[in-house]
Design a protein around this ligand. Structure first.
Ligand code: GCW
Length: 848
């Protein structure tokens, strides 16, 4: 959903970018000094030959094409001697070329597998009198390049080249990333810094990061990049901007990545001087044709247009009583002579739905609008369908529209940038999620095919919304696994391409082949989505966040009582949306009969989607015998423990990964573990109060060791009600609100007299790190600093400017010695609007 709060948010810790083979950290970037960002900082390392391996050092191309040249350069970079590999002539050679070139150079050679799917490749090793030869053959030039990257991947992972014989071809022709970059350089829902493409209304002068990005994309087989935001597209068709976009296209072309643009369908009126943008008006059609011609004159291999229309305030054909097919076909006709395509997004819905209408359902929108248009789209239109029917929630069923357009080309849109999934501050590996989504899509398409044997349910493409920026691409080192996984799944979405395998590939290329590192990183990655789901939106509740604001911290009611339609309808008796045909919105009936039958009944609905399809009493029992309410409690407590476990697992890698990277990731995982507790407490408290049903395990509403700020002896601090109430312990916090009017050194304090058992404890401080300010905190015991790290500045750039679950942050002080009668004091020094707000201090379990 669109909202005023855009996600150009910096990282938790000081800005970091990692360089070189070992991720050397460049800290202190508060000063704005950033080194050029490279592919090397991600998984694509030069000289990536594991010690002891011998790979051919001689690389040559059979043809003279640009992409073959790139393939040679990439192989030389990959296998060049930077990691102590000495050129060894007996190591043989690598020869790259298209199938035709290979066959005429080596008539006796047989490439195994006859598949001629465009962009596919063969890797084949053979022994010759002059040593081993590795052939990289491509069905076409792109195939050559993808083959070269596949070879780099194999070598980096330490796979033997002996007896090599491999063929691979992409499942989809369209494998694109979408960027939501604005002309001013900001990025909608981007969490990795400012745009690599634009700044100040223009294309940036220095496009080095764009070239590096193209390398990363090509290394995982991505062949298109739509560079601008679907929400503010009009300025991009301006002639000067288009000349800039042509420079972007030039920068990406050597890696076979074609550039596309989002367009605003109202452009003929907004920037073209016409009085209308009615897609059926001949003047409008002529305007688009002329515009397309102008684009292709600058960018001969321009890939096409992406369109968001009649959605979240964007203009569209509905203004003229026209359909999405009318609009799509007008654009398609303009692109068709040049070979371009239109990706028309099915993300079209009414965001002014009536919350009181039990039949209203946003989930229905895409199918209701697009299914009747099946067969009416031009051949070069692809309907781009979000994976789920709502909006990139932590879990949704797969969109039924994939099964509802048998005579239309379709692409699946997934989100790499973690808008609703922790905004890259939380680790969520999406390979696992997408594999689940693709599996569901497969089942559904098979069922649809059965119901309608004439149609084709096959997808044409996959599109990933990436939103990379100049700050470490995705702003977080481990989040890069998601960009990697997207490319690999868009190449091969079949069940054989396991998310586990992809994670391992990424880890080995990024961190090297130390088995401990590979095991720990992969364990964390593979667990992370389910953990995040458990603390943010289990049982199909969707992400229980502020859906009209930040999309980040907990806010259980934010989705209700408004027209946006992300409802879960929790009340005193039960929770969930009734989407059945029998008694609900009928959404379940949009699936092919075989699947619809399953969703119609709670007993046959998988537990992860239970409350997406059914409104159930809290006392309803799942197959495992637990009630809905007890599952909500248990999953949140379990997930918080799992998130804490990530920290412990990562700690075993100290000394095994680069020290700076180690610290950076540790800081992130510690933050996540704290925020998981904020989430746990908010959601558990909310449902505990609403349902009035006790937690069988006695945890809800009971926080041993917690010392509330509002109960402390306060000096200067004032008690406030936090909104929403569940975002603070007992709904209250304290803030040093008078700060603005006082001297800069003004501070407040909260004091408690400890009355527990004597011992050494972990002490957590839960405070609110407001966006903008840099308040300071210090914790003392009997007037002395509690630990050596008991004073800190709260300057993370978290979304909200008032105390709430977006910025509630837990800091844990380790090994604090306490005895009865000791005075624990937190001193908060505000900074401007940031009132050093404090929720509680919690004395944890004692150490043995
Ligand atoms: O997920 C929502 C986001 C919007 C986005 C929209 C869309 C680009 O909140 O920021 O707008 O989806 O996909 O169009």
């Amino acid at each position: 959903m669109r909202s005023g709060v855009l996600g150009t948010v910096k990282k938790i810790a000081s800005s970091v970018c990692f360089v070189g083979l070992g991720f050397g950290l460049v800290l202190g970037l508060g000063s704005g000094v950033l080194l050029a960002q490279t592919a090397e900082q991600a998984w694509l390392k030069d000289g990536q030959v594991p010690a002891g391996e011998v790979v051919p050092q001689t690389v040559r191309a059979l043809g003279g094409g640009r992409l073959e040249k790139t393939a040679v350069e990439e192989l030389r970079r990959g296998f060049g001697g930077t990691r102590g590999v000495k050129p060894d002539p007996s190591a043989g050679e690598i020869v790259v070329g298209t199938v035709g070139e290979v066959q005429s150079a080596y008539p006796a050679l047989r490439l195994r597998g006859k598949d001629s799917t465009p962009e596919g490749y063969w890797l084949q090793g053979e022994k010759t009198d002059n040593g081993p030869r590795v052939i990289v053959a491509g069905a076409d030039e792109r195939g050559v390049l993808y083959g070269a990257f596949a070879l780099r991947r194999m070598v980096a992972e330490g796979q033997p080249l002996e007896g090599l014989t491999q063929h691979s071809a992409p499942a989809f022709a369209v494998r694109w990333v979408n960027e939501w970059d604005n002309a001013d350089g900001s990025i909608e829902r981007g969490y990795g810094g400012r745009s690599i493409f634009f700044e100040g209304g223009k294309v940036r002068q220095d496009l080095t990061p764009v070239r590096e990005y193209a390398r990363l994309l090509a290394s995982v087989g991505i062949n298109g990049c739509n560079v601008n935001n679907v929400n503010s597209a009009a300025p991009f068709l301006d002639p000067e901007m288009l000349r800039g976009v042509a420079r972007i296209a030039d920068a990406m072309r050597p890696w076979g990545v074609r550039v596309a643009l989002s367009v605003d369908v109202a452009s003929p009126e907004k920037i073209g001087g016409l009085k209308t943008y009615d897609p059926l008006d001949p003047a409008v059609q002529a305007w688009w044709k002329a515009k397309a011609d102008a684009i292709y004159a600058l960018i001969p291999d321009f890939a096409g247009f992406t369109v968001k229309a009649d959605s979240e305030g964007q203009p569209g054909p509905a203004s003229y009583g026209r359909t999405p097919a009318d609009a799509a076909n007008t654009l398609a006709a303009a692109l068709e002579p040049h070979g371009g395509v239109v990706l028309y997004r099915a993300f079209v819905y009414n965001h002014h739905l009536d919350w009181n209408d039990p039949k209203a359902d946003r989930a229905r929108a895409a199918y209701d609008i697009f299914h009747p248009l099946d067969g009416k789209f031009a051949a070069n239109v692809i309907v781009q369908i979000k994976e789920g029917p709502i909006d990139f929630q932590v879990r949704e069923p797969v969109s039924p529209l994939f099964g509802g357009l048998p005579r239309t080309q379709k692409a699946m849109e997934v989100q790499i940038t973690q808008e609703y999934l922790g905004q890259q501050r939380h680790l969520v590996y999406l390979g696992t999620k997408w594999q689940w989504v693709l599996f569901q899509e497969n089942l559904m398409s098979a069922a649809a095919k059965e119901a309608n044997p004439e149609g084709s349910e096959r997808l044409t493409g996959m599109v990933g919304v990436a939103c990379v920026g100049r700050d470490g691409w995705l702003g977080s080192p481990l989040a890069m696994a998601n960009l990697y996984a997207f490319g690999r799944l868009a190449w091969n979405p079949s069940i054989q391409m396991r998310a586990t395998k992809i994670a391992e590939e990424w880890t080995r290329q990024t961190f090297g082949n130390d088995p401990d590192v590979v095991r720990v990183v992969d364990d964390i990655l593979l667990q992370s989505w389910r953990t995040y789901e458990r603390y943010t939106g289990p049982l199909g509740l969707q992400t229980l966040t502020d859906v009209t604001g930040s999309h980040y911290g907990p806010n259980v009611e934010a989705s209700e009582n408004n027209g946006w339609g992300q409802w879960h309808r929790a009340d005193h008796e039960g929770v969930g949306m009734d989407r059945t045909v029998a008694t609900g919105t009928g959404f379940a009936g949009q699936y092919p009969p075989e699947i619809a039958r399953l969703y119609e009944n709670p007993d046959s609905t998988v537990s992860g989607l239970l409350l997406f399809f059914h409104h159930l009493p809290y006392t309803y029992r799942l197959h495992n015998g637990k009630t809905v309410i007890q599952s909500i409690y248990d999953m949140h407590y379990l997930a918080a423990e799992e998130a804490a476990g990530f920290v412990k697992q990562w700690e075993t890698l100290e000394g095994k990964v680069d020290a700076g990277l180690y610290k950076d990731v540790l800081g992130r995982l510690e933050y996540q573990a704290g925020h998981a507790i904020v989430w746990r407490d908010a959601v558990v408290e909310y449902f505990w109060k609403l349902s009035g049903i006790a937690d069988e395990k006695g945890r809800a509403g009971n926080f041993p060791g917690r010392l509330e700020a509002e109960d402390a002896k306060l000096s200067g601090y004032q008690v406030i009600d936090v909104k929403p109430w569940e975002d603070a312990s007992r709904g209250k916090a304290v803030t040093c609100a008078a700060a603005k009017k006082k001297a800069a050194t003004h501070s407040c304090s909260a004091e408690w007299t400890y009355d527990g058992a004597p011992g050494v404890f972990d002490v957590a401080v839960d405070y609110f790190d407001l966006r903008g300010g840099a308040a300071r905190f210090a914790v003392s015991v009997n007037g002395k600093p509690a630990t050596s790290d008991a004073a800190w500045t709260a300057d993370a750039q978290l979304p909200s400017t008032r105390p709430d679950g977006d910025n509630a942050t837990r800091r844990v002080l380790h090994d604090v010695g306490l005895a009865p009668g000791d005075v624990i004091r937190v001193t908060g020094t505000p900074d401007g609007e940031d009132g050093a707000a404090l929720d509680y201090v919690e004395v944890g379990k004692g150490r043995e």
